[in-house]
Design a protein around this ligand. Structure first.
Ligand SMILES: [Fe+2]
Length: 275
């Protein structure tokens, strides 16, 4: 059992839909829509005002919204995937995709909402006796939910997208080239200890793209970094097909990267800077 499944007192999560496509709930509406407002809420607006006013880089005005997730009764809803569970077979099998999205990611969603509710109750009751536990739950489930949103949206069926010129230019400037970034990213993904992530992110301080390893979800991060490309290397993400061969999973991940999404995220992130 991996570390993710050993989490104690995790709230029960919704069972898998059992189907081959992600669950849909058209009644839910966009939540946290409007990148500028969300960036302001994250404190990033201080770098130059709302993202929408810094559209010199294009992405902020393109309609791309990396913060949009469904909302139900004021809670985070489970985001849908943009492809069927069996669409990434070149890298990840359908059963793993279904379990990863409908069980694991759903568990983070429930845990995040529950932590928010418990913290709200603590504030209204002025009872902070369990504050450390619920702050830990908020970090664990919140980081898990947000990174899985990036990870699943970072992928698309093999051969459907290619790195654009803007992304290539940024990768050349910050890593020496796209291939150099990929080799660095793969090495980070292969070697992160235990359950973790490799993340390409944008740090507005210094206008710099960097690659990080994150153990669990919430450790070894760098505040202020906006995740652009993330790979999940927890065992549940690859073990059915790859068992202990994490390196093969990492190699095949590149076949299903959604380069349109990666470029849009990179440009959106840089749009937060003053021009
Ligand atoms: Fe995961």
């Amino acid at each position: 059992m991996n570390e993710e499944n050993r989490t104690t007192q995790r709230p029960a999560h919704t069972p898998s839909s059992g189907g081959t496509t992600p669950p849909a709930d058209p009644a839910r509406r966009a939540f946290l829509g409007g990148g500028a407002a969300a960036l302001a809420a994250w404190g990033l607006g201080a770098f130059g005002g709302p993202a929408a006013s810094a559209g010199a880089h294009g992405a902020a005005d393109s309609g791309f919204d990396p913060f949009a997730v469904p909302e139900a009764d004021g809670e985070y809803g489970l985001f849908e995937l943009d492809y069927p569970y069996d669409a990434l077979e070149d890298a990840i099998d359908a059963k793993t995709m279904e379990l990863h999205h409908s069980i694991h990611t759903e568990g983070y969603r429930v845990g995040l909402n529950n932590a928010l509710k418990e913290l709200e109750a603590a504030r209204s009751g002025d009872d902070f006796g369990k504050i450390q536990y619920w702050q830990n739950q908020l970090a664990f489930h919140g980081a898990g939910f947000m990174l899985h949103l990036v990870f699943f949206k970072n992928m698309a069926p093999a051969g459907t997208t290619r790195p654009g010129s803007s992304l290539r230019s940024l990768m050349r400037r910050h890593f020496g080239g796209l291939e150099e970034m990929k080799r660095h990213f793969s090495a980070a993904a292969r070697t992160v200890e235990g359950s973790g992530w490799a993340i390409l992110g944008y740090q507005p301080v210094g206008d710099r793209f960097i690659i990080m390893q994150a153990e669990k979800h919430q450790n070894h991060t760098q505040w202020g970094v906006f995740p652009v490309l993330a790979i999940d290397v927890w065992e549940h993400a690859y073990y059915l097909r790859y068992q202990n061969r994490r390196a093969d999973y990492v190699d095949n991940f590149w076949k299903v990267v959604n380069w349109d999404n990666v470029e849009a995220r990179a440009l959106f992130a840089r749009g937060t800077r003053p021009s």
